[in-house]
Design a protein around this ligand. Sequence first.
Ligand code: ATP
Ligand code: MG
Length: 453
Amino acid sequence: MIIELPEHVTYILHTLAEHGHEGYAVGGCVRDVLLGRQPQDWDITTDAAPAQVRALFRRTLDTGLQHGTVTVMLDHTGYEVTTYRIDGVYEDGRHPKEVSFTASLKEDLRRRDFTINAMAYNEKDGLVDLFDGAGDLRRGVIRCVGTPGERFAEDALRMMRAVRFSAQLGFAIEPGTFAAVCALAPSIGRISAERIRTELLKTITSAHPMHMRLFYETGLSRYFLPEWDAMMETEQNNPHHCYSVGEHVLHSLALVPPEKVLRLAMLLHDVAKPLCRERDEAGIDHFHGHPQAGAEMARRILRRLKLDNETIAQVCGLIRWHDDNPPLTARNVRRAIFRAGESLYPAIFAVKRADIGAQSDYNKEEKLRYVDDYEAIYREIMEKKDCLSIKDLAVDGADLIAAGVPQGRTIGAYLNRLLELVLEEPQHNTRELLLEEVRRLRDEEEGGQKLQE
Ligand code: ATP
Ligand code: MG
C-alpha cells in the first residue's frame, strides 16, 4: 500500500530519518487518505524527543510541549510532531495526569481511541495497522482500540467522539463499543462544556447529522443535553406532523446546509415543544408560544455549552421567528424584517423550508410556496434598498435636535415614529418629508398631546 504524502510531510519524515529517528504520519490523516478524502491536517509521530525535534527544524512552536508536541512550521503551515507517548492515569476521566514518552510506535498507537484512528504510515514501513483499522474502515465500523469500557473510563469524551466519527463517516458503532458507551454514559457529566461543545458541533455539522439520535439512544445526551431527550420523547398528534418532535428535528437537520448556526437553529427550534404541548378535546396537540419559549431555553442551553454571543444571538433569533408567517404584502414583510432583525435574513428561509420539509405532507406544497413568495418579496425589498431600521432613516438624532426636538428619550420616540411611517410608505424616507413629519408631531405635542415614549 503506497500513500502519496505531501512534500512537507516527506521532508519532515526524511529529516527525522537522516538523524536516526523514526517518524510516521498518523491518526486522522491516514484514515482520511484511506477513505479517499483530503486530510485537514497531517500529524506526525516520532521517537525523537521534543528537544531533538526542535533542534532539527528552523521554525518551530512549542504548542503542546508538556504533551510532547512541537509544531514544525513550513511555508506558513504547521505540522504537529508528537513524541511517541503513553498516557498516564486519567484520574478525573478528563486529562491524563501525566504523559510519558516511549520508544515504541506500538505503545503510541495503543493509546489512541479508535482502530480507524490508530494507523501510521511512512515510506519505509508502509501502512502500520496493528488493530485492523483498515478492515473497520472497509466495514464502516467505529471500534475502540482495546477494551471499550477501559478506554472510556480513561477518557469519557471518547464516548462522544464515537458518535461524532459515526456521524462524520456514516459508520455504525461496533456493538461492544456501543454497549460500553451505554454503560458508562453518566460519566460524560465530568467532561468540560468546551470539550462537549466541540464534539456536539462536529456531530450536527457532519454529513450525517441524524446520528444525533445516537446521543439519545446511548443515554449520553441525558447528561449534557436533557432537553434533547425530552424532544425525542414527545409525540405530536397534529395533522402537520408525522414524527415525534425529536424525529422531526433529525429530519430538519439534514435539510439545511452544514453550517453551525443553521444546524444549531434546527436542533433547538422546537426545544420548548415538550413544555408547551396542550392536547385539545379532539386529541390534537398544540404548541402555543413554543418559538418564544424555545428561544429563551436555547439561550440558556447555548450559554451552558459556552457558545459565543454572536452565535447565540443568531440561533435564538432564528428560533424566535421560525414560525412567523406574515400575510404576504410588502408592507407586512418590511415589518417582519424589522421585528426579527435584518441579520436573520435570508437564513430564516432555509430554516422555514427545512421545518416544513420535515413535516407531514399535509398542505406541504402550499406551505413551501408561501416561503417562496415570502422570499421573493424579501428580495424585492432588498433590491429597492427600502429603509428597514432607524439607521436607514434619511434623518438622524442630530437632525431632530436641530429641528428643535428636546434631547433625551424623546429623540428615540420620534425616530421610532418615523420608522413606522417609513415601513408603511418607503417612499416617504426623504429628509424633507421626514422633517415635515417631525414638525407635525411637534405641533401635535404642543397642542397638548404628549408623544408616547
Ligand atoms: P479531526 O481532526 O478531523 O477531528 P482526528 O482524527 O484528526 O479528526 P483529532 O481530535 O485531531 O482527531 O486527534 C488526532 C488523533 O489523536 C486521533 O486520530 C486519535 O488517534 C488521537 N486522539 C485524539 N483524541 C483522543 C482521545 N480523546 N483519546 C485517544 N486518542 C485520541
Ligand atoms: Mg486532527
